[in-house]
Design a protein around this ligand. Structure first.
Ligand code: NI
Length: 198
């Protein structure tokens, strides 16, 4: 009888750190070797955790690992029609860097798996260039606009100990997501779509 080989990948849904946990306040460390088996395992578990939580993105500190690793995607529902804001498949970025392209910012709703139940209107650069390494060690460099740019900025902030409320300029726009059913605050009428959780 011939043995049939299976690659058994142990996967796990990881516990998510919540606002106030020290791992969310510190600067995360660079990854020395993106191809190391423990980084591959971390990425697999982060993907499973993000998908289980129905998030748009996740950063390693959110699963109690203080390393510079983020994952994200841009779902069809949040994509635009512009040059750099289309749908984006799941992307893993290791040791990412961000550079704003221009000074323009816009307010948009954000949620965060580490700040459950709340959403806030956060100013972000509308156009950025970002780069980083994949788990195979190859380099990604992209330009991003609008939601794509927003989710990358949100995730990379996690690597510097920053949560979205710290970026807010008007805390009257920090609210429970459930209360959005009453309609958006006047200041947010132009961006009334539901918040994306990252
Ligand atoms: Ni977050």
């Amino acid at each position: 009888m011939r043995a049939v080989g299976f690659i058994v990948r142990r996967m796990a849904i990881l516990k998510i750190a919540r606002m106030g946990h020290p791992v969310l306040r510190r600067r995360a460390d660079p990854v020395a070797d993106p191809t190391a088996p423990r980084i591959q395992a971390l990425v697999r578990n982060m993907i499973e955790t993000m998908q289980d939580a129905d998030g748009a993105g996740l950063a390693a500190p959110q699963v109690h690992v203080p390393l510079r690793v983020v994952i994200f995607h841009v779902p069809e529902s949040r994509a635009g029609t512009g040059e750099n804001d289309g749908p984006m498949p799941l992307t893993v970025l290791i040791n990412p860097e961000i550079e704003p392209l221009g000074a323009e910012t816009a307010l948009g709703w954000e949620g965060c798996l580490s700040v459950p139940g709340l959403v806030g209107a956060v100013p972000r650069f509308t156009r950025i260039r970002y780069s980083g390494l994949t788990p195979s060690g190859t380099r990604i460099e992209r330009e991003a606009a609008d939601f794509h740019a927003r989710v990358v900025q949100h995730e990379c902030d996690h690597l510097d100990g920053m949560l979205y409320p710290q970026r807010m300029t008007d805390l009257s726009l920090l609210m429970f997501q459930e209360e959005l059913r009453h309609g958006p605050p006047d200041a947010m009428r132009a961006a009334a779509e539901a918040a994306e959780i990252a």
